[in-house]
Structure formats: C-alpha cells, structure tokens
Design a protein around this ligand. Structure first.
Ligand SMILES: Nc1ncnc2c1ncn2[C@@H]1O[C@H](COP(=O)(O)OP(=O)(O)O)[C@@H](O)[C@H]1O
Ligand SMILES: Cc1ncsc1CCOP(=O)(O)O
Ligand SMILES: [Mg+2]
Length: 294
C-alpha cells in the first residue's frame, strides 16, 4: 500500500505521460537562471536533517550560493520557518522531538507558501519511518527527493532498499515516481546513476556524474538541501529541482577528473560547485533530454 495518505483534494488517478508536453529548452533556461539567482539572492534554507548529513549539506549549500541553518528543535523550528526561504525535512535520524520540529516547520512553510522538500531516508526500513513520512505527506511537500528504493517504498513497493541505500535502479522507477508525484501533488526526484525528475506529467533526466558518488555518505541528503535552495529561487519547481541535481552531477563529474578516491571527490565537489556556470547546468539538462529521447 502506498504511504501517501488519501485526501479529498489529492488526485487519486495519476495522469502519467512522457516528456512530450515539456519544452526542454525553457526548462534548461529556467535551470540556468536558478543557478544565477542562488548566488544573487542567497536563500536562507532551514535544514532539519540527520546528524550524518549536517556538515556536508551546510558546506554544499554554502558552495552553491545558499545560506544554510540547521534548526530542528520543536521549541524553535516553527518560529524559524517564519524566516526561512525554504525548509528541508529529512527523516534520516528521527526521534519524537525531531518529528515535532519537522511538523512545526513544514506547517509554517505551507502557511507562508514557502517550498519544503522531503527526504524519506530509509522509509521502507521501519514502521516508525513509514508513519512519520505518511504524517509529513499530509503537509503536501513541494518536492520529494529520494533514491529509487525510497521512492518505491513510498509507492508501496517493499524490499527495494538496504538501510539508507537503494537496491533498485533509478532508471527503472519512472512510472512509480510519476504516479507518486501525481498522487502526492508534488515534484518527485529519484537519484541514482541517472537522476529523474517528474511532476507526474512532465519528466526530466540528468545523466553523468561519477560512479563513486554513492561512497560519499549524505550526498543524497545534501542534494535534497540543494533542491530546497533552488526551489526558493525558481518558480518552476520541476526545472528548479533539475537544476539542483544537474549542479551536483556536473560538479562531481569535474571533481572526479582529479580525485583519487571518495575523500578528495568530496572536497573537490565543493570547489567545483562554487565555480559552476549557469550554462553548464542548462546544457546538461538539454543533453540528457536529447539522449533520453534517442
Ligand atoms: N552510480 C552512480 N553514478 C553517478 N552518480 C550517482 C550514482 N549513484 C548516485 N549518484 C549521485 O549521487 C547523488 C546522491 O544520490 P543517491 O546515492 O541516489 O542518494 P542517497 O544518498 O539518498 O541514496 C546524486 O547526485 C546522484 O546523481
Ligand atoms: C548513514 C545514515 N544513517 C542514517 S541517516 C544516514 C545518512 C544517509 O545519507 P544519504 O541518504 O544521503 O546517503
Ligand atoms: Mg538518502
């Protein structure tokens, strides 16, 4: 059974089509604009994220041009969301307090019309995580970003994860991701060797990167934080989400040229992110789309 709670205003029948209704040139231009806007506006991103990811997510946001703040305690999370330009809700190391902080912050985000992004870390592993994700989905995330196993778990398919890692291929879950997006009324981003972004109607893919990416722990969580930052400055949330993932893909690919292993890949990724151009990001989205169609 899907983890998406039924609600009268959520569409129950997914309207899944392919990329035909997407103008990829517009999406790529919008994504490039997002890269420029990040640096110009430096959005404040409230990250309620797990212990493992705090350092990398904060550094990655700083390198990309955003302003991170790790504020999760329920006594202040809702109040802080009143100041934030975007909110990250990551369930990687959950606790009752953490969950209350996430609910408070995402409720304020929804009230203010500020984007919030759910990272359903290891959602298929325990009933506590499943229940928490179900509770959060009632607050209608702007974007869900997960690996293939997590997206399948939210779609009701069990057994596709090993802890926080996916046991499934991101390329194989396009239909489930589109159905989840339509049902939850949000953008869904599935990462992996190929990243896929869908709103249930339109779809973008991003190819490339470095095959050693999975050896950098919390890279997915940090990608989620960057998706939130990009959604703070990009009105088209499909393009903004694709911008975030393409930024990481291009930067890690460049980092990988001189990286001896996962350690130097990690720090070189931050250097490359800070140096990235809007053109590189837009071009990657266009090229990936062309490859996907051929
Ligand atoms: N095999 C791979 N080759 C290239 N990039 C990858 C690969 N697997 C994951 N990535 C990249 O690593 C980042 C984190 O994705 P992923 O590993 O799916 O998330 P998580 O860490 O949540 O499991 C994304 O930017 C994704 O594109
Ligand atoms: C290892 C680990 N354990 C709980 S959260 C976490 C980090 C997971 O990060 P990511 O999903 O980005 O690899
Ligand atoms: Mg993850």
């Amino acid at each position: 059974m899907s983890a998406v709670p039924s609600s009268s205003d959520a569409p129950r029948t997914p309207a899944v089509t392919t990329t035909s209704s997407l103008d990829v040139t517009d999406a790529a231009a919008a994504a490039g604009h997002v890269v420029e806007q990040l640096r110009a506006r430096r959005p404040l991103v409230q990250c309620i994220t797990n212990y493992v990811s705090m350092d990398l997510a904060a550094n990655l946001l700083n390198a990309a041009g955003a302003s991170p703040a790790m504020v999760h305690h329920p006594q202040e999370a809702g109040e802080f969301a009143g100041l934030a330009d975007a909110v990250v809700a990551n369930i990687g190391t959950p606790s009752p307090d953490w969950a209350d902080g996430i609910v408070a912050a995402t409720t304020v985000a929804v009230e203010r019309g500020v984007p919030w992004v759910l990272d359903p870390v290891a959602v298929g592993a325990t009933s506590y995580r499943r229940d928490l994700a179900g509770r959060l989905l009632t607050n209608r995330p702007t974007v869900i970003r997960g690996n293939a196993g997590e997206v399948l778990a939210l779609a009701g398919v069990a057994g596709a994860s090993r802890g926080v890692d996916s046991a499934a291929d991101s390329s194989a879950v396009g239909d489930q991701a589109a159905a989840l997006a339509a049902e939850a009324g949000c953008v869904v981003a599935v990462t992996g060797a190929r990243d896929l972004v869908t709103d249930g109607r339109r779809q973008l893919t991003i190819d490339g990167g470095d095959r050693r990416a999975p050896m950098i722990t919390a890279l997915g969580c940090s990608a989620t934080a960057l998706v939130a930052a990009c959604c703070a400055v990009g009105e088209d949330r499909l393009a903004a989400t694709a911008a975030a993932l393409a930024m990481i893909t291009v930067a890690i690919e460049r980092a990988g040229r001189d990286a001896a292993g996962p350690g130097s890949l990690r720090w070189r990724l931050l250097d490359e992110l800070a140096d990235l151009s809007a053109d590189q990001v837009g071009s990657r989205i266009e090229e990936s789309h062309r490859d996907d169609q051929s």
